[in-house]
Design a protein around this ligand. Structure first.
Ligand SMILES: [Mg+2]
Length: 188
């Protein structure tokens, strides 16, 4: 219960235009041009798991996703790519470890709280510049506002499988859509 209250507190504190507009939108994780990100000065990649690289109902990486992750690892190095999730489990961690991917537990604060993102950045080393990290996720209210607030580059991808969303998440996505469109209308 305390975690839910804390998550909402973090969310409302961070909900301002500077935080909810992303740097880039892509349809899928596979569409992201990682070589280009490297050229832009990005050195590290952190990705959300659910609905970003696996659907909510399927915990396994598709073959095409495995291939794309191998590409990310070859461009940035295996130690420069990790996953951050609000729903960690030993089983999931073991599964992703098979692909040489570490999973960072978002700890008690959970995304979008600031400490969650700072803890994740420490995975790469203590003196890492936060603007050399790119965070990829499907949710504006958790992934994007938190990563933007600490100064990471942000990429939002479309939800992998809308049918597997929970009822609450599907409602939140509708609200997020309004925020996404307000950002797009400003840039057009
Ligand atoms: Mg997600």
């Amino acid at each position: 219960m305390i975690q839910i209250i804390n998550k909402f507190y973090c969310f409302f504190k961070l909900l301002n235009k500077n935080n909810y507009c992303v740097n880039y939108n892509y349809k899928t994780f596979q569409d992201i041009p990682f070589s280009l990100l490297k050229k832009k000065g990005i050195k590290y990649i952190i990705s959300d798991i659910d609905q970003t690289i696996v659907s909510q109902s399927n915990n396994f990486l598709s073959k095409s996703m495995q291939k794309k992750i191998e590409e990310v690892q070859s461009i940035f190095g295996k130690d420069s790519f990790c996953l951050l999730t609000n729903e960690p489990s030993d089983k999931r961690t073991k599964y992703f470890n098979l692909f040489g991917i570490d999973v960072i537990d978002s700890k008690k604060d959970k995304k979008p709280c600031i400490n969650t993102f700072l803890n994740a950045s420490n995975y790469f080393g203590e003196k890492i510049k936060l603007d050399t990290i790119c965070f990829i996720g499907d949710r504006v209210f958790t992934d994007i506002i938190g990563a933007n607030n600490v100064g990471m580059m942000t990429i939002r991808v479309d939800v992998l499988d809308t049918k597997s969303d929970t009822f609450v998440t599907s409602i939140l996505r509708r609200i997020e859509k309004i925020y996404i469109e307000s950002c797009l209308s400003q840039t057009n």
